[in-house]
Ligand binder design. Structure first.
Ligand code: ADP
Ligand code: ADP
Length: 217
């Protein structure tokens, strides 16, 4: 039976960072909807052009575009054992579509770690986030600096600061999260699969908490 873990939490909570650690540990693909959108924007695809108009304003990309993209990603063979989902779903209709897609593969969402952190921490984390142009891995100028300044530890590519990590866009993204994504907390609570994780510690401390709630093999 495949294993699907959905990481939930506001922008900057540490979803991508923890997803990377879980992906290594469980040898499951890390599927980041934001990374796939950014790859499409870089490659100037039709979907990338649509996504860019929303992402630059800190708005969500429409559900139909997002769901079609994830459906496509699930077709790749590395998903047969499951996946760590980071940033998808972000609305209740997306969560319904996910449940439907996973039923087709004989799976379901097994666990939803909900990572929390205070708003000031989110803003500080995103203001100092430096992302790899190639692999999307996120570093932080203060909390998680790369070994060589300006370069990714994993593929040595250049690091950059995302346009949507500017403080004004971040504040709007946190509002959008509260309005459109936070309803997923109750959605998954009702399913009995949501576990809250205090994300306001060091990356290692949060990883230890994540470990303690994993009951997948
Ligand atoms: P999200 O995917 O939820 O937006 P990220 O994993 O990209 O969040 O983390 C946002 C920024 O904060 C990154 O620069 C990352 O290095 C840093 N970060 C992640 N987890 C922590 C943590 N527990 N403490 C301090 N900084 C963190
Ligand atoms: P963060 O790391 O801060 O959580 P992401 O990289 O996940 O941000 O997402 C960046 C942007 O991409 C979002 O602000 C939104 O515009 C778009 N996006 C990502 N995932 C989704 C989704 N599931 N539905 C709609 N838009 C999305």
């Amino acid at each position: 039976m495949p294993t699907y873990i959905v990481l939930l939490g506001p922008p900057g909570a540490g979803k991508g960072t923890q997803a990377g650690i879980l992906s290594e540990k469980f040898k499951l693909p890390h599927i980041s909807s934001g990374d796939i959108f950014r790859e499409n924007i870089r490659n100037n695809t039709e979907m990338g052009k649509i996504a860019q108009t929303f992402i630059s304003k800190g708005e969500l990309v429409p559900d139909d575009v997002t769901v079609a993209m994830i459906r496509d990603r699930f077709k790749r063979p590395d998903c047969v054992r499951g996946a760590i989902l980071d940033g998808f779903p972000r609305t209740p209709p997306q969560a319904d579509s996910l449940a439907e897609m996973l039923r087709e593969f004989g799976g379901k969402v097994d666990l939803v770690p909900f990572i929390t952190a205070p708003a000031e921490a989110l803003i500080e984390r995103l203001a100092g986030r430096w992302s790899c142009k190639e692999c999307g891995h996120a570093f932080h100028s203060k909390f998680n600096p790369p070994k060589t300044p300006g370069h990714c530890d994993f593929d040595q590519s250049a690091l950059y600061q995302r346009d949507d990590d500017k403080p004004d866009t971040v504040k709007h993204r946190i509002d959008v999260y509260q309005q459109q994504t936070a309803p997923l907390i109750d959605y998954y609570k009702k399913g009995g699969i949501l576990t809250e994780v205090n994300g306001f510690g060091s990356i290692e401390e949060v990883a230890t908490l994540m470990n303690s709630i994993m009951c997948v093999e």
